[in-house]
Design a protein around this ligand. Structure first.
Ligand code: BES
Ligand code: MN
Ligand code: ZN
Length: 510
């Protein structure tokens, strides 16, 4: 979708979206349109009992007096509540309505009416971001799509007085939309296509944005002693890969923030094979790695003043004659041994070595891992919140705040010694399952055994949120990209240096 910012005015064609405040109060731009079409909007609002509640929409098709083919009224709620998120929903609702009307062009009018701190320019940029995020589609494998099923909206124009400032504000947001798109693409790709090697190749593509990319194959990982990760991939025909993505936008010697993503390209369960029902969803078991990839693309494209290292642990978990067996004992890079009780608890095995590797190699100031780790987390939190676990209250609070800001909410769950005991093994240092009770927590306890004393660490269990069964606002049905925006905001708020001050003005000569 091409996005343009322009001065206020009525479009010649397509769909025009204007805001309506609660309860039914027309915004200035809605008033202008209403007058042009002889009060048709006022009548439509009364006839449809449209209240202007946030996210409510009402389409008025082909009204006389204006050349736009369709006017969409979108509820903005109360002026006190108009913030960035509200405007993203506004943009997303406009995009959906324009798509429904089969319009090629969408115009969104933004008025300076919010009774909040955010400027109209910033709010307009968020409306554009919302529309861009909502317009995502994965149509790569549809060869027989009828013209009427293809996406229609190709151009978005956001109109407001301060359009130049909005255009500037949108620049980093356009990087965000692209990064979320990359993550969604990766998650949507089927596993016959997206092997660990192809994933690594896609990650290599970030080099053109200035990310340093290193790929370790099985030989290199074996040399490093990554027996836990390699054990998971040993049943697959495809080679496991460990990808290191480095973005060095900060001071050279500043320790990085590390992001570690579970990248199980397909999780069949291995010898502890999963039931057939819904097994196809396990192509999404690389979502943590996909989020990490999308995030690094954004940071590089918007030249973030921060050092971040991303690690992708890429494997395929398959049953075969070469596969890992229940009862096997593997030695991780940390030296700790693991009894593999269930080969379907593979994500933690992959992360154990990825976590150790990143701490050993980069001495990060904080480590955040993302993983579609447990069904237990889905049972606990559904698809409303991702699970958050941390050994650091400040990091946990910063993550939760960033999540709330962008609509990717987290819910913190506890860690503790009693839970940790559940994964003690009779014959090795630990086992990879802790029984049915507190399954999301014991998985996190397992990961914590690979976090060094003194390292701030957080684990996000995104099993319930990486894939959505129903479109909602800025998130279409399918791959959500959950975590990308959250981490982008966290890094901006907590780790990124302020932009360099402008050179001081030269003193006037006497
Ligand atoms: N990838 C799954 C977790 C998962 C479940 C992700 C549902 C997305 C949706 C993970 O590897 C897994 O199989 N976990 C097991 C662990 C158990 C064997 C201890 C689980 O949660 O059942
Ligand atoms: Mn599994
Ligand atoms: Zn898995």
């Amino acid at each position: 979708m091409k996005v343009t910012f322009a001065k206020p005015g009525l479009p010649k064609a397509g769909c025009l979206a204007v805001g309506v405040l609660e309860t039914g109060i027309l915004t200035p731009s809605a008033q202008t349109v209403d007058e042009a079409c002889g009060g048709a909007l006022t009548r439509a609002i009364a006839a449809a009992r449209f209240s202007g509640k946030a996210e409510q929409t009402l389409s008025v098709v082909a009204p006389a007096g204006v050349s736009a083919d369709c006017i969409v009224l979108i509820g903005l709620g109360k002026a006190e509540g108009i913030d960035a998120r509200r405007m993203e929903s506004f943009g997303a609702a406009a995009q959906a309505a324009a798509e429904k009307a089969r319009a090629a062009e969408l115009t969104i009018s933004v008025d300076a009416i919010a009774k909040t701190k955010a400027s109209a320019a910033m709010l307009a940029a968020h409306a554009a971001l919302g529309a861009a995020l909502a317009s995502y589609r994965f149509d790569l494998y549809r060869t027989r799509q009828k013209p009427e099923d293809k996406p229609s909206v190709s151009d978005l124009t956001v109109r407001l007085d301060d359009f130049a400032a909005a255009k500037t504000a949108f620049l980093p947001m356009s990087a965000v939309a692209d990064g979320v798109g990359l993550t969604r693409d990766l998650v949507s790709e089927p596993a016959n296509v997206l092997s660990p090697e192809l994933f690594a190749k896609v990650a290599k593509g970030l080099e053109k944005d200035g990310v340093e990319v290193t790929v370790l194959g099985e030989k290199e990982m074996a040399k490093l002693g990554m027996g836990a990760l390699l054990g998971v991939g040993q049943g697959s025909e495809r080679d496991s890969q460990l990808v290191v993505l480095r973005w060095q936008g900060g001071e050279k010697d500043e320790p990085p923030v590390a992001i570690v993503g579970k990248g199980v390209c397909f999780d069949s369960g291995g010898i502890s094979i999963k039931p057939a029902a819904n097994m196809e969803e396990m192509k999404t078991d690389m979502s943590g790695a996909a989020v990490t990839t999308g995030l690094l693309q954004i940071l590089a494209r918007r030249k973030a003043r921060v050092n971040v290292v991303g690690i992708l642990g890429l494997v395929e978990n398959m049953p075969s004659g070469a596969a890992q067996r229940p009862g096997d004992v593997v030695t991780s890079m940390s030296g700790q041994t693991i009894e593999v009780i269930n080969t379907d608890a593979e994500g933690r095995l992959v992360l154990a070595d990825a976590l150790w590797y990143v701490q050993e190699t980069f001495h990060p100031k904080a480590v955040i891992d993302l993983a579609t780790l447990t069904g237990a987390c889905v049972i606990a939190l559904g698809s409303e919140h991702a699970g958050l676990f941390s050994n650091d209250d400040a990091l946990a609070a910063a993550l939760a705040a960033a999540g709330a800001e962008v609509g990717e909410p987290l819910w913190r769950l506890p860690l503790g010694e009693a839970y940790d005991k559940q994964i003690d093994s009779d014959i090795a240092d630990m086992k990879n399952t802790g029984g049915r009770e507190a399954g999301a927590i014991t998985a996190a306890q397992f990961l914590q055994r690979f976090v060094r004393e003194g390292t701030a660490w957080a684990h996000l269990d995104i099993a319930g949120v990486a894939w959505t069964k129903k479109a909602k606002g800025t998130v279409p049905k399918g791959a959500s990209g959950f975590g990308v925006r959250l981490l982008e905001r966290l890094i901006a708020a907590a780790y990124e240096a302020a932009p360099a001050p402008k050179a001081p003005a030269r003193k006037a000569r006497k």
